[in-house]
Design a protein around this ligand. Structure first.
Ligand code: ADP
Ligand code: MG
Length: 361
């Protein structure tokens, strides 16, 4: 938290209007489609001619979706915005505006909210999104952040989950499983700290996976790549609940089957080694770990040449007839049904392991 300075300001000292004014001063508008931002009863938007409007919302609740013991407030604000941008990217769209609802208890200070807003504003600056409104209320306990994002996409580029065709290539951006390994590292250090508050957290050598957990990015750059290469994916989804679950969503919505090759699943070296250290099969982390916010999409085989040189895209399998089912070919050449273990269940299991495992010295 930002509470390094000695003087903290109680929320009540500003009052609701004072607080809103304080948090929202100097918010810039960069998009043509924003006619009026914060300051009236509603924002006014004017979608780009020829575009359709995308709307999505995510609600984050303290203790359920984030843990302030290791989540810096600025990162929380950043992540709350970015996970919404990711949903727009998953429709092949570009995020343009957000509105933010925030509900806080009196244990929070003006400085704490300022940090959260710094994160939200930073995300808006990085992704060129206008912050155009919100609402502020008090809560009985804890913090709730709800972000609604508005995006745009040309009608002929909208990408649903439902468009995958037989023999289309299944692709993912970036690498998978890292955010989950970052979470396990943070949970391990939290437990160690709770057992012995004198222990310094040992987060060394894990910059990448920690960043993947604490400060995820939305792959709007892949949407730009599609646009540059004149590709319209046949289906797409963002990976928030693990590769297995999202692949099954695409198969179900498209009424198709799939074949995924375990050996093709992109996994970063640090993710791989950390998984091994925790006694987790790295591909299990990639298949079932959440919050990577990469894109999973299918393209026609004829588009393969356009993506084959991209460092950011990996082909991991292809779409089959529904009757073939959803299958995973393991590295040792066995065929399994692709199952979504559900990342909540996985988390519970692995977190239990953390308590029983001795922390390595
Ligand atoms: P109302 O009473 O009509 O809901 P508010 O006083 O809540 O109006 O809001 C005034 C202006 O401040 C509006 O433009 C609203 O979108 C904006 N606003 C309120 N709360 C927030 C917030 N937490 N973040 C950003 N903008 C906010
Ligand atoms: Mg209001």
């Amino acid at each position: 938290m930002s509470e390094s300075g000695s003087k903290l300001t109680e929320l009540s000292s500003l009052g609701e209007f004072g607080l809103i004014e304080y948090l929202t001063k100097n918010i810039p508008i960069v998009n043509k489609s924003t006619v009026k931002g914060i300051g009236d009863d509603a924002a006014v938007l004017k979608p780009t001619p020829g575009s359709q409007v995308l709307v999505s919302k995510d609600l984050l609740i303290e203790g359920v979706h984030f843990d302030l013991m290791y989540m810096p407030l600025k990162h929380l604000g950043y992540k709350a915005a970015v996970v919404n941008f990711s949903d727009i990217a998953a429709m092949n769209g570009i995020p343009k505006q957000i509105v933010v609802g925030i509900s806080v208890s009196s244990k929070y200070t003006v400085e704490a909210l300022d940090e959260i807003y710094a994160g939200i504003k930073k995300a808006c600056a990085v992704y060129k999104v206008d912050f155009v409104g919100g609402d502020t209320t008090s809560s009985v306990s804890g913090l709730f952040i709800s972000v609604t994002v508005i995006g745009e996409v040309k009608k002929d580029k909208i990408t649903y989950r439902s468009g995958a065709g037989v023999n289309d290539l299944i692709c993912v951006s970036g690498d998978l499983g890292a955010a989950y390994m970052g979470l396990l590292i943070l949970e391990r250090e939290k437990k160690a700290f709770q057992a012995n508050p004198d222990l310094k957290p040992d987060l060394s050598d894990h910059d990448y996976i920690l960043q993947r957990q604490l400060k995820p990015e939305a792959r709007t750059d892949i949407v730009t790549l599609f646009s540059d290469e004149k590709i319209v994916p046949t289906s797409m989804i963002d990976i928030s609940d693990g590769l297995a679950s999202e692949t099954l969503h695409i198969c179900k919505a498209s009424d198709k089957g799939c074949l995924i090759y375990e050996e093709k699943i992109p996994i970063d070296q640090d993710t791989y080694e950390t998984a091994k250290e925790f006694g987790i099969v790295p591909t299990v982390a990639a298949l079932n770990g959440g919050e990577d916010y990469e894109l999973l999409f299918t393209i026609k085989q004829s588009d393969y040449d356009k993506i084959k040189d991209s460092q950011d895209v990996t082909v991991i399998g292809y779409i089959t007839e529904k009757t073939e089912g959803e299958k995973l070919v393991t590295t040792d050449n066995h065929l399994f049904d692709l199952k979504a273990q559900g990342w909540d269940a996985l988390k519970k299991r692995d977190l239990n392991k953390l308590t029983s495992n001795k922390k390595k010295s």
